[in-house]
Design a protein around this ligand. Structure first.
Ligand code: MN
Length: 386
């Protein structure tokens, strides 16, 4: 593995290597735990209330949910975090979420501090970071810190300016401030990246890096639940998937849909579906559409609409539509399919995503009906995404 590999690729390699090591360790540990319940207590070091508060403010900073952030900053003071520590976490995050998110969050912190002081609530200022020595060499020190985080020396030659920013500024200037520990900084980073959709490779890299920085395996496994309590299910699932990937553990958690459209009730036609689905009629009795929600992997049987055209409008998630003998068509929000009358077909979710489509019928002829046929077997279904 050479120095010419990209940042993400390099981290990916580290993750894979660690994952392979952990498969063996995980099995050994599982076997040991069967014989010794007390071992579990000894190796476990849980997230403290302070850690959980750091996770909560970091995730909501990254999400840009300033209302939740205000609530979590107040909770963080109650949990014992100081102004200095919260300021440090929210400042560090500019390197991961950008100045817009970081400055907005610092603005909320400043307001809350003012309000709490006026109200006489506990608002501990805390210890400022120690001044750095006059001869402090940010590039040299940052290179050491980065090497520890990644587990091996790393030079990002493809983008040498970014290599410098990472070493001298992020890991040199920022990580040198000693009012947060390295482990706390990585908890903050993991929580924040969990709230950034589409950053999964970096999230896995930081779950791996967190272990090198002193976050315990037990703590890492508890962060998803803390995210669920304080940020949301999507944030929790992204973290859970990354932790599972790094530790080589199975994970069937799937990111939830943003249920903007109604989900409705369990589908009364469920016997014609593989997996769970839900129907939400939307003024259907007056001719409006019905919203159909499919869980990941759920699809309906092959079927035919006689004497009517069925219109499908994907509104959320990702799924498939397939006519007999033809390749499947991917459906993402905005995709519309008009299913011709008398054509055998199926529709349903992708394996790894929830799926919602509106449906209604047009060109309805007298005596129109639906004819349900055989299920879409696993082989046919799995072949659509190969
Ligand atoms: Mn249909």
């Amino acid at each position: 593995m050479g120095q010419d590999l990209g940042y993400v690729d390099f981290y990916g390699y580290i993750c894979k290597k660690r994952t392979e090591e952990m498969k063996f360790c995980g099995l050994t540990m599982a076997a040991l735990l069967l014989f010794s319940g007390s071992l579990n207590a000894r190796i476990k070091m849980e997230l403290t209330k302070r850690h959980e508060a750091l996770v909560a403010i970091a995730a909501n900073e990254a999400k840009g949910d300033l209302v939740a952030l205000r609530r979590e900053i107040n909770n963080a003071f109650d949990a014992g975090l100081t102004v200095s520590e919260q300021k440090e976490a929210l400042s560090q995050l500019y390197a991961y979420t950008g100045f817009p998110r970081s400055l907005n969050a610092l603005g909320v912190l400043q307001q809350v501090v003012g309000e709490r002081q006026t109200a006489g609530l506990k608002t501990e200022v805390g210890r400022e970071a120690d001044a750095l020595p006059a001869d402090y060499d940010a590039l040299r020190q940052g290179t050491e810190v980065q090497t520890r985080l990644t587990g091996a020396p790393f030079n990002y030659e493809f983008a040498s300016q970014t290599d410098y920013y990472l070493k001298a500024h992020l890991f040199g200037d920022i990580f040198a401030r000693n009012n947060l520990s390295f482990a706390e900084r990585e908890m903050v980073t993991v929580a924040a990246i969990s709230a950034l959709k589409g950053c999964e490779p970096q999230l896995r890299a930081h779950v791996s890096g967190a272990r090198h920085m002193g976050v315990t395996d037990a703590q890492l496994h508890e962060i998803p639940a803390a995210l669920h309590r304080h940020a949301g299910e999507a944030e929790a699932v992204r973290c859970q998937q990354a932790v599972a990937a790094v530790f080589g553990e199975p994970c069937d958690a799937v990111e939830p849909l943003d249920f903007v459209w109604p989900k409705g009730e369990p589908n009364p036609y469920g016997k014609y579906f593989t997996g769970r689905s839900y129907l939400a009629p939307m003024e259907a009795e007056k001719g409006g559409p019905t919203n159909v929600t499919f869980e990941p992997g759920c699809r309906n049987n092959w079927h035919v609409h006689h004497g009517q055209v069925q219109v499908l409008v994907c509104v959320a998630g990702r799924g498939w539509y397939q006519e007999w003998g033809k390749p499947a068509v991917e459906m993402t929000p905005g995709k519309v399919v008009a299913v011709p009358a008398e054509v055998k077909h199926w529709h349903g979710a992708a394996r790894d995503s929830w799926f919602q489509h509106l449906t209604y019928h047009t060109n309805v002829q007298p005596g129109a009906s639906n004819e349900w046929l055989e299920p879409v077997d696993d082989e046919a279904y799995h072949s659509v995404e190969k």
